[in-house]
Design a protein around this ligand. Structure first.
Ligand SMILES: Cc1ncc(COP(=O)(O)O)c(C=O)c1O
Length: 309
């Protein structure tokens, strides 16, 4: 399908094999480089999918206000898609998330409201953002993309999974996939495609050790943006994964820095969590396998924060 302007640049990202961090006595670790998308994040795929599906079935009308609660990655991608397609966008976010993301949403013309949470991502932050977005939707008669409950956004990641299958044919086989979960959209969309092609795929969800709710722990405060929301993502069910790995925030941050310096994979904390988990799985599986994970977004989104300072 032909799409206008920058929308045609979404997807078709490279996949790279880690050369140094993983070592020789383990499975190959492959990272899908989603920072190559126009706003530097895999969220461009889901923003486009949510808007196009709503246009197609009439839930979204020309010129209607679009409303979303977001840590800023979904918001940046929605702001980009809405700008090209001419929809006004109202965003509810927080100062718990990277300044660069807030600035990106505004650069594309979105109206952004911030909820103060200077201590970080607390268990009640996302619910309070959701409540405020619902108020704005009611006031404006807007279309709420409601990312956590939106099934179109999961479908938006199917192509990412198909690209991985095309890019990594043959041997050794893709034996495992792991991904940090917020909405769980990327994890679900990709793991379903990979598991359909490889029924014995090991499917691993990744969460912060400081808020390891899927592992049976308590909700807590942390700084791995984009996930660890303090409750189970509504679309993620226990049958959707084989294992949960809880990664300490300090390890995720350290791996992100090492991935930049040793591999040239320049990313944020959630990618650090993904690569930490992928390397652990690769060591367990040993040679003769491929482990796939995702570079969620670009390190450029985190230069003003603590990660690289
Ligand atoms: C930086 C970052 N990492 C990871 C995720 C998790 O992605 P998903 O919502 O598809 O589970 C998000 C989602 O907002 C994110 O912004």
């Amino acid at each position: 399908m032909d799409r206008p302007g920058g929308l045609s640049a979404i997807g078709g990202t490279p996949v790279v094999r880690l050369a140094r961090l993983a070592g020789d006595e383990c499975a190959e670790v492959w990272v899908k480089m989603e920072a190559a998308n126009p706003t530097g994040s895999y969220k461009d795929r889901m923003a486009l999918a949510m808007i196009e599906a709503a246009e197609a079935d009439g839930r979204l009308r020309p010129g209607q206000v679009v409303v979303e609660y977001t840590g800023g990655s979904t918001g940046s991608s929605l702001a980009f898609v809405c700008a090209v397609k001419g929809y006004p966008l109202r965003i509810v976010s927080s100062d718990a998330f990277a300044d660069e993301k807030i600035a990106t949403m505004r650069a594309f013309g979105a109206e952004v409201e911030l909820i103060s949470s200077p201590e970080g991502i607390t268990p009640d932050l996302i619910p309070s953002m959701m409540r405020r977005a619902a108020e704005i939707t009611a006031q404006t008669g807007g279309f709420a993309t409601d990312q956590f409950n939106n099934t179109d956004m999961v479908d938006g990641y199917r192509r990412l999974g198909e690209e991985v299958l095309d890019q990594l044919p043959g041997s050794p086989p893709v034996s495992a996939f792991c991904s940090y979960v917020g909405t769980a959209g990327a994890y679900l969309g990709v793991s379903r495609v990979l598991a359909a092609a490889r029924p014995d795929l090991l499917r691993v969800v990744v969460e912060p050790a400081e808020s390891a709710v899927l592992s049976g722990g308590r909700a807590g405060t942390h700084h791995i943006e984009g996930g660890g929301i303090g409750r189970r993502p509504p679309q993620l069910h226990p049958a959707d994964y084989d294992e949960v790995m809880a990664i300490p925030q300090a390890e995720a941050f350290e791996t992100a820095r090492q991935a930049a310096r040793a591999e040239g994979v320049f990313s944020g904390p959630s990618t650090g969590a993904n690569i930490t988990a992928a390397i652990a799985i690769a060591r367990r599986l040993g040679p003769g396998h491929r482990v796939v994970t995702i570079q969620v977004d670009s390190g450029l989104k985190y230069l003003a924060g603590k990660l690289y300072s």
